[in-house]
Design a protein around this ligand. Structure first.
Ligand SMILES: [Zn+2]
Length: 314
């Protein structure tokens, strides 16, 4: 394939490329970059750069990854933390840098295959892992804004996806368990999905031999496989395993972020609590969105006298 033919194909696919110094940058809003195209881009990088420079295609074609203000979306019935659980990057409050990186990775088809989400519990690590799983397999194509309605998205949301498997490491500590999981990953997804995603929650609780069993499969990751490790105790994860991962640190949300979330949910639920109540919830939530919504739920139940029920979810 000639370089100008490749540029034509890229532009037909709505993939924008531009030169940034000696680097070739690209952005595909629809996430339709195949590995064949990537290989061609890599092979002909210097020629493409020369062509781009000759045509004076410059920074004006560059697409900035910007994250707009998050918004709450209600799905289904139940507790506030469940019905307002984010299913798209645009619904996540806080974690701006993580959102930018993951959205860019999903929207350009360049997401790293091995991810490590670390941070205190309740900061949205598992939620983000589910968004990644939906984003990789959604019928819309690889995207940071999955439809949340197709069969693939629904299966992730309902916890019965063949392509997305969540393992709580506390119940999967042995090396043979881990080998069983990773060995099984070689097979393509059974339900017609494009990718298989495996999540090891609380991965620091895997024994050292079990963590060591992850080294090979995370070094030599199959094209269709993504591994997400979540941990609250990164220091207990083997160093060689850590360095194989693209790492993201999830922080507690700021008071302002929690306030925005609470006020947005109040607006959606047509609630108008006293500002002092909101401030108390912010103080008690300790930067965790889930806690804040539980507190709002409890406050609402006290006002209206309906029962509240806590569910255990991250
Ligand atoms: Zn979908």
């Amino acid at each position: 394939m000639k370089e100008n033919e490749l540029i034509k194909i890229l532009s037909d696919l709505d993939i924008r490329i531009w030169a940034e110094g000696e680097k070739l940058r690209w952005n595909a809003p629809n996430g339709i970059v195949t590995h064949e195209i990537l290989a061609h881009m890599k092979e002909h990088k210097s020629e493409i750069l020369a062509l781009l420079k000759a045509k004076e295609i410059g920074e004006e074609t560059m697409v900035e990854v910007s994250i707009s203000a998050p918004q709450v979306v209600k799905r289904g019935l139940g507790d506030l933390p469940s019905v307002y659980r984010p299913c798209r990057i645009s619904e996540v409050y806080g974690q701006d840098e993580i959102k930018k990186a993951i959205a860019h990775g999903l929207d350009t088809g360049t997401l790293a295959h091995v991810l490590l989400f670390q941070g205190v519990s309740g900061t949205g690590k598992t939620t983000m892992a589910r968004i990644v799983a939906m984003g990789l397999n959604c019928e819309k194509g690889t995207t940071s804004e999955p439809c949340c309605e197709c069969d693939f998205c629904k299966a992730v949301l309902n916890g019965n996806s063949f392509a997305f498997q969540e393992f709580d490491a506390a119940h999967l500590p042995g090396v043979n368990n881990v080998r069983g999981v990773t060995g099984d990953l070689c097979a393509a997804p059974m339900g017609g999905e494009r990718k298989r995603i495996v999540l090891f929650d609380e991965c620091h609780r895997l024994s050292d031999p079990a963590q060591a069993a992850l080294l090979k499969p995370t070094e030599d990751v199959r094209e269709h496989v993504y591994v997400i490790l979540c941990t609250t105790e990164k220091e207990d994860v083997l160093k060689p395993l850590q360095i194989r991962c693209m790492q993201f640190r999830f922080n507690a949300l700021s008071d302002e972020e929690i306030r925005t979330l609470l006020l947005d949910v109040c607006a959606a639920e047509k609630l108008d609590p006293h500002p002092a109540l909101i401030e108390n919830m912010i103080a008690e939530a300790k930067g965790m969105a889930r806690n804040a919504l539980f507190l709002l739920q409890e406050t609402r139940c006290q006002v209206f006298g309906t029962k509240t029920r806590r569910t255990k979810e991250d």
